[in-house]
Design a binder for this molecule. Structure first.
Ligand SMILES: Cc1cc2nc3c(=O)[nH]c(=O)nc-3n(C[C@H](O)[C@H](O)[C@H](O)COP(=O)(O)O)c2cc1C
Ligand code: SF4
Ligand code: SF4
Length: 258
């Protein structure tokens, strides 16, 4: 039996995880946000993968909390796939270090370029680019599948040294602010109180107050609330009217709420 643990704000990582699950066969998918608050996370699968997005050249905080809780096995083949907009930083080496502290290691780690979901400044990519990146990702997933099935050890994929240094500096100085950056979010007059933002938030950081969302200050910056609001009501900072929203076109909103 194989297990893929995934975290996804806007569907890219879930789509990659689903493709891999189908190709690897005999594999179960587990949502990290559903189990991260369990007292104990134990899994004796012979192959375990971690699929998640890159935030600020590093891993989302929820991945850190999950890995810290994970009870590892010496015989398991561990791999990871990080989705990003082309700049993964040194994340896979950082993940490997966390696993090595538990006396296991990441045997292989892959970076897949997907459409950027960080749209607050620029809006989503054009449809042609989204399709092109999706096609390229499909081919890569087929190659990755072979490495995993053969239990190969491969070089962990990272950005270059310059980006890794810049990324680690930015991350160091920004990480204490990330949770509170949700103070920039607000819902404009288009909000109809449908509660989808409350339901889709993977870390229960939104509650409804007087039929409007209220953010609670432990945000992962996953973008799910902004991207999936059916009224495109959620805005960031003083700027209203964020441009085109992004959701992975091959993932249904119902799958994001599972
Ligand atoms: C807060 C935030 C920070 C991000 N930082 C990076 C980054 O440092 N490098 C990068 O290539 N992409 C970055 N991205 C883009 C995402 O990693 C990318 O779009 C990913 O595929 C989203 O996956 P998801 O749809 O599973 O959430 C960032 C996205 C967000 C929301
Ligand atoms: S998803 Fe959008 S419309 Fe629905 S409650 Fe949240 S902000 Fe309002
Ligand atoms: S509040 Fe929005 S951006 Fe923050 S974790 Fe929840 S869904 Fe993601």
């Amino acid at each position: 039996m194989k297990t893929i643990y995934y975290f996804s704000g806007t569907g890219n990582s879930l789509w990659v995880a689903k493709q891999l699950k189908d190709k690897l066969q005999d594999t179960k998918l587990v949502s990290i946000s559903k189990i991260v608050n369990n007292d104990k996370i134990e899994d004796k699968s012979s192959v375990i993968g971690f699929v998640f997005p890159i935030y600020m050249w590093n891993m989302p905080f929820i991945i850190r909390r999950f890995i810290e809780k994970l009870i590892v096995n010496k015989e398991t083949y561990y791999f990871s796939v990080v989705t990003n907009a082309g700049s993964p930083g040194n994340t896979l080496n950082i993940l490997n270090k966390m696993l090595k502290n538990k006396n296991v290691k990441l045997f292989s780690g892959f970076s897949i370029t997907m459409p950027s979901n960080y749209i607050v400044f620029s809006g989503a990519e054009k449809d042609e680019k989204i399709n092109k990146l999706t096609n390229m990702a499909s081919k890569r997933i087929s190659e990755i599948k072979n490495v995993i099935l053969n239990r190969e050890t491969s070089k962990l994929e990272t950005s270059n040294l310059f980006i890794n240094i810049i990324g680690s500096v930015v991350y160091k100085f920004s990480k204490s602010h990330v949770n509170k950056m949700d103070k920039n979010y607000w819902a404009d007059d288009k909000c109809n109180g449908c509660k989808i933002c409350e339901k889709i938030c993977p870390v229960e950081n939104i509650i409804m107050e007087s039929d409007k969302p209220k953010w609670l200050g432990h945000c992962e910056q996953c973008m799910a609330c902004i991207q999936y609001c059916p009224q495109e009501s959620i805005q960031f900072g003083k700027k209203s009217g964020i441009k085109k929203r992004y959701q992975n076109p091959n993932i249904k909103i119902s799958e994001m709420m599972k």
